[in-house]
Design a protein around this ligand. Structure first.
Ligand code: NAD
Length: 482
């Protein structure tokens, strides 16, 4: 343990936040953690004062300074602010890795009790469908862009393997939907497969995310570390916290290049707020992750052992773990944990933790340079209430005598012209695909001319260049396209 004190930003948060945060501060002090807390605000009160981000500048400055934060749950009160303060913090400090451990605590009843579940979900936290890039293509058709980068994949995959190494874990699964989304989800799979050989001694396996969900509720004990994309991770990490006793026990870390924020998975639990009823374990275990992050391993081990011992003993449990009439208050539970310092639970051995080597990341854009590239065509997204057999020939006529041919027309990803089988149920957003007739490269001026021709007859909403990198098409085929 380091001798010097470390300053940490503390955001107590809303609802049960202040109660559980006070319990955690008390327990950390009793365990000898060397921390100076810098208490800052965020959440409901801040929104009500009219700050639409929910996070004041002083809080941001504090985290910039301390680089480490412990955060209680934050509410976005209805009618105030448009964005969640949690998301603001995550984006502001680019906390790209959401780490959610799930470990069975002996004594906690549940369907999976006795199965020795001990796994960590490492969820990419800033890319994917969460970049917030959404458009209405037409008044009746919405789209959301799924953005996945090689840089983002590399960071999250390395974080997963480094975490496995630091905690002595033996296996990393990469869970994706690469069978359907070959470019986006496939990028995580390919990056995982490229990096895995650097981590000799750690087994690396790809699993399709739906099978992963199935396996998690059938044989959860087979998993050790699961790395996955944002949306998949959002869902399966909630599933995994449900496997071992629920929200009162589930901790998490949000890791960035130079800032880390630790928080319980649960929300502000407004119905039990202010009643001294909440279970502080989730925030306490998050604080243990934080202590290890800043190199204070000894108090983390003392606290983890004591809290697990207290729960295993089963005499002082909060209302989420036992019937109300037998439950104790947050304060009593806190006292019990402190009294149990030095004890070790029977059915649980603390993991050996080593410092995690965080991936070193350059801020500048990461250029992936193919040996060759060319633009081979254009996808034009247009609005029309006509049927495909009317639109297709009209588009063909528009590009007659030009270097591009109308290759196909698709509606929600299904080729509808030339027709292959039955005409599906159509909506008013079509995608017309134009490809160069005889090789070469489609220049920007030819692309603009094509757009003008289409625009003379149709309302277009969006265009996408069709490219080839290293001779391979960098765009997906339509369902039904050869
Ligand atoms: P919640 O997690 O607050 O509550 C769900 C259920 O779990 C409730 O029955 C609650 O009483 C119980 N519970 C949660 N934590 C507990 C604890 N520590 N001890 C005992 N029981 C506990 O979820 P919700 O009701 O959907 O959300 C309430 C508010 O919290 C919303 O405003 C939501 O936006 C916010 N929220 C914030 C975060 C965060 O800051 N990271 C996460 C989730 C929800």
């Amino acid at each position: 343990m380091t001798d010097s004190k470390r300053t940490v930003t503390l955001i107590k948060g809303d609802g049960i936040g202040p109660e559980v945060a006070d319990a955690v501060v008390r327990i950390l002090a009793a365990a000898g953690a060397k921390i100076d807390w810098e208490v800052c605000e965020a959440g409901a009160e801040v929104f009500r004062r009219g700050l639409s981000s929910g996070v004041p500048a002083e809080t941001i400055a504090s985290i910039e300074r301390t680089r480490v934060a412990l955060k209680g749950p934050l509410e976005t009160p209805v009618g105030f602010g448009e964005k969640s303060a949690n998301v603001t913090l995550r984006k502001l400090f680019e906390l790209y890795g959401n780490v959610r451990p799930t470990r069975e605590i002996p004594g906690v009843q549940g369907v999976f009790a006795g199965r020795r579940i001990d796994l960590v979900v490492v969820r990419e936290n800033v890319e994917d469908l969460y970049t917030g890039i959404e458009h209405m293509q037409t008044p009746g058709v919405a789209q959301c862009l799924k953005v996945i980068s090689r840089k983002g994949c590399e960071k999250i995959v390395r974080l997963a393997f480094e975490l496995a190494r630091a905690e002595g874990r033996k296996r990393v699964h990469c869970a994706t939907k690469a069978n359907i989304m070959k470019m986006t989800e496939g990028l995580l799979k390919r990056t995982f497969e490229a990096i895995a050989p650097e981590y000799a001694g750690i087994e690396a396996e790809h699993i399709i995310i739906d099978n992963c969900a199935h396996q998690l509720v059938r044989y959860p004990e087979q998993f050790d570390v699961i790395v996955t994309t944002n949306m998949n991770g959002d869902i399966i990490s909630d599933l995994t916290s449900g496997l071992t006793g629920g929200l009162g026990l589930a901790p998490s870390a949000n890791i960035g290049n130079d800032v880390a924020m630790f928080e319980a998975v649960h929300g502000s639990a407004p119905t039990i707020a202010g009643k001294d009823l909440a279970n502080p374990t989730a925030l306490l275990l998050s604080a243990c992750m934080m202590l290890r992050h800043i190199g204070q391993f000894a108090p983390a081990d003392t606290i983890e052992n004591a809290v697990v011992y207290t729960i295993e003993l089963g005499k002082t449990l909060t209302c989420d773990l036992i019937a109300q009439e037998f439950a104790v208050t947050t304060s009593r539970f806190t006292q019990a944990v402190i009294e149990n310092f030095g004890r070790r639970p029977d059915g649980w051995v603390a993991r050996e933790h080593r410092p995690i080597r965080l991936p070193q990341v350059e801020r500048r854009p990461d250029m992936v340079r193919p040996a060759s590239r060319r633009v081979v065509g254009l996808d034009v997204f247009l609005e029309s209430g006509e049927m495909p057999h009317a639109i297709g020939p009209a588009l063909e006529a528009l590009v007659e005598g030009t270097p591009v041919a109308m290759r196909s027309l698709a509606n929600r990803g299904v080729q509808v012209y030339p027709l292959r089988g039955r005409t599906p149920d159509c909506v008013d957003a079509y995608r017309a695909r134009f490809l160069l007739r005889d090789g070469g490269e489609l220049s920007d001026s030819a692309a603009l001319e094509l757009l003008q021709r289409v625009g003379a007859k149709f309302r277009w909403a969006h265009v996408e260049k069709l490219q080839e990198f290293d001779g391979a098409p960098a765009f997906a085929k339509d369902q039904g396209e050869d």
